[in-house]
Design a protein around this ligand. Structure first.
Ligand code: ATP
Length: 241
């Protein structure tokens, strides 16, 4: 059906030592959708993504991928299950070339034969990366590094891509360009997207559904167009008064 749940999170709690950063979060991501998690700096958005991708282990609660609990799995196994995390700040390998960074994204795969085909797929979405494939990644602009981080993530053949602030540090024009590509990847490559953003405007424009986080909790959730029309969202996240 069209409403298959890819990711289901129930009553999740995550800590940094004594600090409780995720305070009982429950949410669902449906197959084929773009879901955004909005919230101010420090709301817990990054921590939520880290807990899903296995970089952090939750103290309580569960994360299920297509019905299988994954919250006790290692990050590599979570990638093999089809979840890839494109981290905040991109975290590309600056001394490696663009092509080497993209190849690194396929590290969990066994089907070596299809890798070249997928590299071409990545370059078709990001032609500038093809032009610069022999260049060290650290010499790319911020927008190109974001493209590279997404392209590298695609090489694991994800069902679900977790994107942490894809607009961070980018101009409005580049942000628009990145979001257009995210929407195309969702439609054309059938990658379900969960993206966290402080830029509520672009995120809600692209998304089907949204969750709003404050202080480690979900305080609101609805269809993206309903959130975009809500007074509270307009006041606190869209800068409309
Ligand atoms: P940002 O947009 O700044 O990434 P966020 O919504 O992603 O914000 P988190 O980074 O998940 O928020 O932070 C949630 C809470 O956890 C905050 O109170 C933050 O201070 C705290 N926190 C985050 N990282 C650490 C850490 N490494 N050690 C201790 N506390 C942390």
């Amino acid at each position: 059906t069209s409403s298959n749940v890819v990711l289901q999170i129930d009553n999740l709690e995550s800590y940094y030592g004594p600090i409780m950063a995720i305070r009982g979060v429950s949410l669902k991501v449906h197959e084929g959708q773009i879901v955004t998690v909005l919230g101010a700096n420090g709301a817990g958005k990054t921590t939520l993504l880290k807990t899903i991708s296995g970089v952090m282990d939750p103290e309580k609660g569960s994360v299920q991928m297509e019905g299988t609990p994954i919250h006790a799995m290692e990050p590599d196994d979570i990638v093999r299950r089809g979840i890839v995390h494109v981290p905040e700040g991109r975290e590309i390998f600056p001394l490696m070339t663009v092509a080497e960074n993209i190849a690194m994204g396929a590290y969990t795969r066994k089907d070596r034969g299809n890798i070249a085909r997928d590299e071409e797929m990545v370059y078709s979405y990001f032609p500038v990366l093809k032009d610069r494939r022999a260049q060290r990644a650290g010499t790319l602009s911020g927008g190109q590094q974001q493209m590279l981080a997404i392209g590298r993530g695609l090489m694991s053949q994800p069902k679900l891509m977790l994107l942490d602030e894809p607009s961070l540090g980018l101009s409005p024009l580049l942000t628009q360009e990145i979001f257009e590509i995210i929407v195309r990847l969702n439609r054309e490559q059938k990658v379900t997207m969960m993206l966290v953003e402080q830029n509520a405007k672009v995120a809600l424009d692209a998304a089907d559904y949204g969750y709003v986080m404050e202080l480690g909790r979900i305080v609101m959730d609805d269809k993206a167009e309903v959130l975009a029309a809500s007074k509270d969202i307009q006041e606190f996240y869209l800068g409309v008064s």
